[in-house]
Design a protein around this ligand. Structure first.
Ligand code: CIZ
Ligand code: SF4
Length: 319
């Protein structure tokens, strides 16, 4: 609509005026991803967001995603101003892994290498030997298995158990879940496959094991987008946040993308398969943040210094 067009125009002007670049996650709303693409920013997973932000020359990073993504950007680029459309956008995995309990868990298992998912606070990262994202978790764990290292994995238990099954690593798991992926149901996917027998099932490994078992492709967001492009199927049943459909439709135009069912799918559920925190990144909050320079992300410098070590280990490994 005309109003949306004006809001987008305004954001484009503000980004220029503030020497800011928009770094958006695949799970944000279509309009935010579109803006990032149209303004030379990036739309990607958390690994790529971290890399892009740290390498870009803009003095301000506007991170549209959830809190840990803003914190990671600040840790990797302490000299830049990092803003977010909202500082309230958290993540159930981050919430499910408080530093005091996590630290005690690590202290009780001192012989184990500590590997944490990027979806964690700066304090939890600072306690880790490695930070990983879902796109690079498998090769990093394989690397540790090659060195016979026993591992602590936190916080996503589904992703952890998937990696354990794939690598036979000696891993003990923290028990937390993503509220979006944890809801996908194998039964619903099987029922949908009856209706679309030619559909391929694409699954993010934050989903329960029974759902992963039905997958034609398992992987991180960027890996699932690649699968949508390379698999020949006419339809895809997708068990990850439906924000990803924006990029999947670009990657595989003409194909049909269906949300994997959750327990609450259908009439009772308006926000199934969509992260409520990602959805907080909207046009209005983006504008007010750029206008007022509020919602700036700060990370305690000493924590940031320690968290940077395992983060850089991941980025160096990925390079
Ligand atoms: O579930 C998330 O928040 C994901 C997939 C983050 C990421 O690694 O991009
Ligand atoms: Fe966290 Fe899940 Fe939302 Fe990702 S989709 S930010 S893992 S709650």
């Amino acid at each position: 609509s005309e109003q949306v067009r004006q809001l987008k125009q305004k954001i484009k002007q503000l980004l220029k005026a503030e020497d800011a670049v928009l770094v958006a996650h695949y799970y944000t709303d279509d309009i935010i991803q579109e803006l990032a693409e149209e303004t030379g920013g990036c739309v990607s997973d958390s690994l790529e967001m971290a890399r892009f932000g740290s390498q870009h020359s803009a003095s301000t990073l506007l991170v549209a995603g959830v809190r840990f993504m803003g914190e990671t950007a600040k840790i990797l680029s302490p000299e830049k101003r990092v803003l977010m459309p909202t500082l309230e956008a958290t993540c159930s995995l981050d919430l499910g892994c408080p530093i005091d309990e996590f630290s005690a868990f690590c202290d009780a298992n001192p012989e184990r290498t500590v590997v944490v998912y990027a979806n964690t606070s700066a304090a939890v990262k600072a306690r880790a030997d490695w930070v990983v994202t879902s796109s690079i978790a498998l090769p990093i764990i394989e690397h540790l298995v090659d060195q016979d290292k026993p591992i602590i994995w936190a916080p996503d238990r589904h992703l952890g158990s998937y990696i354990q099954r794939e690598t036979d690593a000696d891993m003990i798991l923290w028990h937390s879940e993503c509220i979006v992926h944890d809801e996908f149901k194998a039964k619903g996917i099987l029922d949908l496959k009856q209706v679309y027998p030619e559909a391929a099932v694409l699954v993010h490994p934050e989903s329960p094991a029974a759902v992963v078992e039905l997958a034609d492709a398992v992987g991180s967001t960027s890996q699932l987008i690649k699968a949508a492009q390379s698999l020949p199927n006419p339809q895809f049943i997708v068990a990850t946040d439906r924000g990803i459909f924006y990029k999947m439709r670009q990657a595989a135009p003409g194909k049909t993308f269906l949300e994997a069912p959750t327990a609450g799918s259908g009439a009772t559920c308006k926000s199934c398969a969509h992260c409520p925190w990602m959805a907080m990144n909207d046009l209005d909050s983006t504008i007010s943040t750029l206008e007022q320079g509020n919602n700036e992300v700060f990370v305690d410098p000493e924590l940031a210094r320690r968290a940077m070590i395992p983060l850089n280990r991941m980025l160096d490994f990925a390079a």
